[in-house]
Design a protein around this ligand. Sequence first.
Ligand code: HEC
Ligand code: HEC
Length: 280
Amino acid sequence: MSEQNNPYGAPTTGHLWDDNLAELTNQPPKWWMIGLHASWILVLLYGIVYPMWPWFGGATQGLMGWTAIGEYKADVAAIQQVRSQYEDKLPGMSAAAILADSELSEYVVRSAKVLFGDNCAACHGGGGQGNPGYPNLVDDDWLYGGDIDTIVTTITNGRMGMMPAKAGVAMTEAEIDQLAAAVAKGEPTSTPLFMEKACFACHGMDGKGMHALGAPNLTDAIWRFGDGSVEAIKYTITHGVNDPSDPQTRNAVMPKFGGGKLSETDIKKLAVYVAKLGAN
Ligand code: HEC
Ligand code: HEC
């Protein structure tokens, strides 16, 4: 019986299982043995070339002197070198000059993204799209102006637009209602109250705002506060913006980043970044 299960006559251990299963002792195939030996030889070679074996005070160094931290440092140095050909130029240039240089401004836009995320995004949103109470920097609608020098000034000194509660003049509820209705329609000048109550003094004769004062355009249906509803507009007219005498006033403070908080170069970078946002 056992003969039939070992037709090649290979050597066996002499064991028989289940009456007729012989256990052969012939060699595994050659390719398999080569693989087996090649694998441990490779492990040894690796251990000679690269740091691997635990050793007193650390590990063996490896013939190549390779270390993970060394490779990382070399990579960083390579990046620094690429960056420095741009970074070295920035301190000596005005923000306007950087913006005008397409290669430099492209570099700045990419590198200032983190800077914007760290310093500005909490208020203006990650993409500069604004938040309730914080202006959108992506559209081309500006409180103070979107030219590069104005943006540098805004970031350096901060901003705090000021509108007195009830525009600082006597106003009845009915008059506030009438003004709010006209503003909500985007036609602030349609009521004579716009002139009588001195709104024009800051928002301009045509109601289109005044950059010097940060007074917004009231005709463009872009809203700083609330959603442009009559209620939100009434609130703004009633309590003003940043009016210290009215505890319910709307707050709108852009902090200053000059005076050591951010370097001049970082401010220039951010200004270019914002100018590019606005241009899109
Ligand atoms: C604490 C919140 C806050 C932070 C942080 C902040 N801003 Fe502002 N920013 C404001 C507010 C509020 C205004 C509007 C000020 C006003 O209405 O007078 C503003 C206005 C601006 C304007 C003027 C927009 C216009 O329409 O003229 C620019 C530009 C600007 N911010 C850029 C930045 C940049 C760049 C940073 C980061 C360095 C930043 N802001 C950080 C709150 C913030
Ligand atoms: C002393 C200047 C000044 C006067 C006078 C003034 N405003 Fe304003 N107004 C501002 C400024 C500045 C802002 C924006 C503040 C900011 O964004 O920080 C503003 C904001 C507003 C807003 C909010 C717009 C929005 O997008 O949400 C409305 C509405 C408004 N004013 C209506 C009026 C009306 C109506 C009058 C007249 C009764 C008036 N203002 C008088 C300076 C003024």
